[in-house]
Ligand binder design. Sequence first.
Ligand SMILES: *[C@@H]1O[C@H](CO)[C@@H](O)[C@H](O)[C@H]1NC(C)=O
Ligand SMILES: *[C@@H]1O[C@H](CO)[C@@H](O)[C@H](O)[C@H]1NC(C)=O
Ligand SMILES: *[C@@H]1O[C@H](CO)[C@@H](O)[C@H](O)[C@H]1NC(C)=O
Ligand SMILES: *[C@@H]1O[C@H](CO)[C@@H](O)[C@H](O)[C@H]1NC(C)=O
Ligand SMILES: *[C@@H]1O[C@H](CO)[C@@H](O)[C@H](O)[C@H]1NC(C)=O
Ligand SMILES: *[C@@H]1O[C@H](CO)[C@@H](O)[C@H](O)[C@H]1NC(C)=O
Length: 445
Amino acid sequence: MALPARCIYVKQPWWRLLLSSSILLLLSPLSRSDESSPALRHRSSNSSSSMNDDISPCPSPEANSVMDNRSGTGTGRPIIGIVTQPSNGLRDRLRRRGEDATVAGEDVSTIAASYVRFVESGGARVVPVRYDASEDEWEYLFNSINGILFPGGAMFLEGGSPYMRAHEFFVRRAMKAFDQGDYFPVWGTCLGFEAIVDVISGDYSLIRQSHFNDSNHPSNLSFDRTHKPIQCSRMFRPLMAHPHADCRHESGPVGAMNGRHDVSAPDPGLWSFLSPTILQVLENAKVVYYNHERGINLTTWESTPSLMEFFDVLSTSRDKNGVDFVSTIESRRYPIYGVQWHPEKNAFEWSPWLDIPHSSDAVRVTQYLALFLANEARKSSHTFPSRKAEFASLIYHFPSIMTADAEHKYTFEQLYLVRARNHTKGSSSTAEREGHLPNGDALIA
Ligand SMILES: *[C@@H]1O[C@H](CO)[C@@H](O)[C@H](O)[C@H]1NC(C)=O
Ligand SMILES: *[C@@H]1O[C@H](CO)[C@@H](O)[C@H](O)[C@H]1NC(C)=O
Ligand SMILES: *[C@@H]1O[C@H](CO)[C@@H](O)[C@H](O)[C@H]1NC(C)=O
Ligand SMILES: *[C@@H]1O[C@H](CO)[C@@H](O)[C@H](O)[C@H]1NC(C)=O
Ligand SMILES: *[C@@H]1O[C@H](CO)[C@@H](O)[C@H](O)[C@H]1NC(C)=O
Ligand SMILES: *[C@@H]1O[C@H](CO)[C@@H](O)[C@H](O)[C@H]1NC(C)=O
């Protein structure tokens, strides 16, 4: 189908990339830190050689027929849930700025807008999933949406806590559904990665007892691209110039997928404008942003059979003290993914107090993973019971506030506010499903 286009396309992008990165640098004073980074300056003055290494030949026609096997399932209108978080400290921050803090009452939960934009930029819509909802509500949403994202944040994860119950529910539910032939991707970023590790290992102490010196750290990823599980991974395979010829017999990531969900071939049409150099950029440039104190080091990972059996480690990373930790994971059997880093921030968070990479290469990393996630969601066939019910749940109903601040340190530009469930007791959940809620004024205290 898109074969000829790809062959032409991959020879062109570095011209465009040079062009777009210089425009970005001109337009954005906030990308100054990247501009002055010697590594990146070197890269861009020399990008024709480095960018061409990974240019791939046209894939074989057989590869495409494998992709075609998926047609007939999934959705063309993906919707991804994002789990809300308690609004810890938001009220105080607003007060400090002399702003009306009542919007951040204890009954308000939040979603950082960067996660919403990340999902939207891949071509999916967002539905907030309240961390404190009932299992009935989660089950209803599970059957209505096409995937879920567990966002990052600063929280203490404890088994059985209201916040973790939501994560446990969706991970288990997605696995059960997959075993019954259904597809429901689960994505965890940073704290969300940690939550997935907690649920799968069943041992919350692995993460809780860890400590890393890795706050506000732009760095890279380490991986061995010749390693078969990485070549056959769903997340990185589309970026491979010469992926392993046949992953279908691999007992790991792809082989375990049944024919309907087989993703053993790269999709040339989908990735061609982004893919040729993304793996190189991830390995060699500081486009990967870390901001965590907990995680899981290689020793702990390798001595935890439940994790070793469940996941392939697609990348590791090194904190500021030189300690290596697991940074990108993909379940061998299930569409469950975790990144200990923050792809959404490159394009969507701009705090001047943080060293978030904003180069053109860094933004391509955001864009690739956003497309990847939305594409995973397109394989799910879940739908809301009616269009009215679908529209009633979308993020577009929910108010957001600017949390960026010219004078005080901050992390997020903007937060969506989602009224917690405990305070909507008066309204029946049936009414909500039929579209009477949520509405703006019901959401803020
Ligand atoms: C370009 O890259 C090559 C190989 O990495 C290096 O030897 C050379 O010095 C670079 N040229 C410039 C202008 O940076
Ligand atoms: C909801 O209310 C119950 C009972 O009042 C309380 O125990 C629980 O902690 C609340 N949940 C959240 C998330 O605030
Ligand atoms: C790895 O993590 C465990 C548990 O947190 C810790 O006891 C151990 O010292 C860590 N090892 C390294 C090399 O940091
Ligand atoms: C599609 O999947 C079915 C089984 O799920 C398999 O028998 C068939 O060979 C596959 N077709 C292609 C073109 O791979
Ligand atoms: C990438 O990270 C690894 C450690 O994980 C480090 O050894 C390597 O030097 C880094 N590469 C670059 C180009 O920063
Ligand atoms: C964390 O890393 C920074 C930067 O390398 C270093 O200055 C600092 O001493 C480290 N802190 C600890 C507690 O190791």
